[in-house]
Ligand binder design. Structure first.
Ligand code: C2E
Ligand code: MG
Ligand code: MG
Ligand code: MG
Length: 293
């Protein structure tokens, strides 16, 4: 009867919960050893400048290659790492590895920006500034080639403090961007009191362009306002030709999305770009759109 069904459902619920708790505990323990076990790797997603069709930069995106769990995506462990504080050493590893890779590309004639995601916990870590300087120095990477991605909520939490910190970090030459823009509740005009260089329009808007009238209007507005504030505007998650056409028409500066490329291993970046003909020009030529999809 209904009572029995209710009981079964409840037991199933308990089973699922304890399974996820067990998984959580396992993951937590494994996360602690993942750096020394060299289980993390960075993938890189190219960003394309629409006016030139050149790749101007890549975003470093972490993957966890765990012998038991397989390839774990960031959405499945970053929140846990954030909760437990493991994100601080992980984030530091990401910063160092991304700088090392960017310096290696640069030494081989490919000067592209490498963007690194910062987490809220990392942003609150008093040693972050030092870690950034060290990562740049150890890799011998000019700060200009590193980009730090922050979210609205991170800078809006303690705006005065964030503004001071960002202003001092800017002295290393790094570029600062606001990631996932539009998902928080801050205005671009307000965000402009922080020394940011770029704004990335969240994928949830781009996904519905140009079909949804409101998302299309919002996207156009962010591009126009971003430009009037002197920001470089990047659209995240463009997958279709129609989206690219629209973004190009609206003057969006750069696009990062599956249309051009998924995140790829560092070694595949050369293949994506085609061997660069000119070196040290700040960007490498890109093969035709179709061949790189
Ligand atoms: P994000 O920083 O907004 O990165 C973009 C995410 O969107 C990536 O997912 C990328 O693969 C995905 N994406 C890009 N273009 C498309 C598209 O056209 N279609 C679709 N469906 N997806 C697209 P990924 O790699 O799974 O990362 C998810 C999130 O995890 C990132 O979002 C970022 O918030 C976080 N993350 C990734 N790596 C790191 C890291 O090293 N440190 C920290 N703190 N967070 C990270
Ligand atoms: Mg990002
Ligand atoms: Mg994003
Ligand atoms: Mg994000």
């Amino acid at each position: 009867g209904a009572k029995q069904r209710g009981k079964n459902t409840y037991q199933m619920y308990l089973r699922q919960m304890s399974m996820s708790l067990q998984r959580r505990v396992e993951m937590e323990a494994q996360l602690r050893h993942a750096i020394e076990n060299r289980e993390f790797t960075l993938f890189y997603q190219p960003r394309i400048e629409l006016s030139t069709n050149h790749c101007t930069g890549v975003e470093a995106l972490i993957r966890w290659n765990n012998p038991q769990l397989g390839l774990v995506m960031p959405s499945d462990f970053i929140p846990l790492a954030e909760e437990t504080g493991a994100i601080v050493p992980i984030g530091e590893w990401v910063l160092r590895e991304a700088c090392r890779q960017a310096a290696e590309w640069r030494a081989n004639g490919l000067s592209i920006h490498v963007a690194v995601n910062l987490s809220a916990r990392q942003f609150a870590d008093p040693h972050l500034h030092e870690s950034i300087i060290e990562a740049l120095e150890d890799a011998r990477l000019p700060g200009e080639l590193l980009e730090l991605e922050l979210t609205e909520s991170m800078v809006m939490r303690h705006p005065e403090q964030a503004a001071r910190w960002l202003t001092s970090v800017k002295k290393t030459g790094v570029r600062l961007s606001i990631d996932d823009f539009g998902t928080g509740y801050s205005s671009l005009a307000y965000l402009n009191r922080f020394p940011i260089d770029l704004v990335k329009i969240d994928r949830s808007f781009i996904r519905n362009v140009p079909d949804s009238h409101s998302d299309t209007q919002i996207t156009s507005a962010v591009i126009a306002l971003g430009h009037s504030l002197g920001l470089t505007v990047i659209a995240e998650g463009a997958e279709t030709q129609a989206q690219i056409d629209f973004l190009r028409r609206e003057g969006c500066d750069e696009v990062q999305g599956y249309f051009f490329s998924r995140p790829i291993p560092a070694d595949d970046v050369w293949g994506f770009l085609g061997r660069p003909l000119q070196t040290g020009t700040g960007s490498a030529p890109m093969p035709t759109t179709k061949s790189v999809r």
